[in-house]
Design a protein around this ligand. Structure first.
Ligand code: AMP
Ligand code: ZN
Ligand code: FE
Ligand code: FE
Length: 292
């Protein structure tokens, strides 16, 4: 059976509520999904309840923005509970940093002539991790843009006129915090990091040494040839080849949960391999407490 280990809900910048995400996953016959909202685990309780009702497994997770020697990357952390660990404490600080950054972005947009307020932005967010996609939504509502993604190239994206950097964990810190919180990590959509295959390999090798468990091989935007190259890299480096769609509801139109653009399949064996990498003290049988 198939799984999807990279899914967003309205707890961050997805457009479906956590229970709706789980219902859609059950509908397409997935065995398990990992909810991996940006910087928050607040969608987990609702998703977990829905998963228990629908007999599908819910892996609690989160997507982090990290930096490794000046290179930006996204990291997925799996098997982390909503509260209690050192990672969870740090997530609260990251969300506070987001709130400050959002204000600066809105101010910059105002200076550029885009008349939107922070209230306009917050109307588009229902969770506690508010970010650029919600600012984009406010720009769309005000009539400046036709869709969310149009805000990124020239305005909100890296190098855009209203781009503002934010606090990031180093990749090493993120791995250590996740491990101490009982979880495992995987580098998300590695092709968005750097074009140079050799430097990606070095980065994965270095992070493997501090405990990185996996790399996202099966990803919606990866063509078949890339999936197979990355699978080889993962295998060479002893990393789990993880996978997921990066489903965001209507926030990323055309992407389906589980199947991405239609050609994605992530086998459930990936989940077993990841679970086996959990820190010893936390590595109890899944299912009994995870899905209720
Ligand atoms: P933030 O979390 O505020 O840094 O915003 C980054 C998020 O914006 C990413 O994780 C994506 O979910 C979303 N994003 C980035 N680029 C685009 C794009 N071109 N179109 C739609 N969403 C995007
Ligand atoms: Zn997102
Ligand atoms: Fe990402
Ligand atoms: Fe994502």
């Amino acid at each position: 059976m198939a799984v999807d280990l990279h899914v967003h809900s309205s707890a961050s910048d997805g457009t479906d509520a956590p229970d709706v995400v789980v219902a859609k996953a059950a509908e397409v016959g997935l065995k398990a999904i990992a909810l991996t909202d940006h910087d928050t685990l607040s969608g987990v309780p609702m998703a977990r309840q829905a998963a228990a009702d629908l007999a599908i497994e819910l892996i609690p997770g989160v997507e982090l923005s990290v930096d490794h020697n000046g290179v930006k990357a996204h990291m997925l952390a799996y098997f982390v509970e909503p509260t209690g660990g050192p990672l969870q404490a740090h997530l609260a600080r990251l969300r506070a940093g987001r709130a400050e950054r959002n204000l600066v972005i809105v101010e910059r947009l105002n200076q550029l002539g885009y008349a939107i307020t922070m209230d306009d932005v917050l109307r588009h967010a229902s969770g506690d991790a508010v970010g650029r996609p919600h600012i984009a939504d406010a720009l769309v509502e005000a009539g400046y843009l036709h869709e969310r993604s149009a805000a990124f190239p020239s305005l909100l994206g890296d190098g855009g006129e209203a781009y503002v950097e934010r606090d990031r964990l180093t990749a090493t810190e993120a791995i250590r915090l996740t491990t101490k919180s009982g979880g495992v990590t995987s580098i998300a959509h590695p092709l968005t990091i750097c074009a140079e295959a050799s430097s990606l390999r070095v980065m994965l090798e270095e992070l493997g040494e501090v405990g990185l468990a996996g790399v996202e091989v099966y990803y919606s935007e990866h063509p078949p040839a890339i999936r197979s190259q990355l699978a080889d890299v993962a295998s060479d480096l002893g990393l789990v080849a993880t996978g997921g769609s990066d489903y965001h509801g209507s926030g990323k139109p055309g992407l389906q949960i589980g199947s991405g653009h239609g050609d994605l399949t992530v086998p459930d064996t990936v989940l077993e391999e990841l679970a086996a990498r959990r820190p010893e003290a936390f590595n109890t049988a899944r299912g009994s407490t995870d899905t209720g």
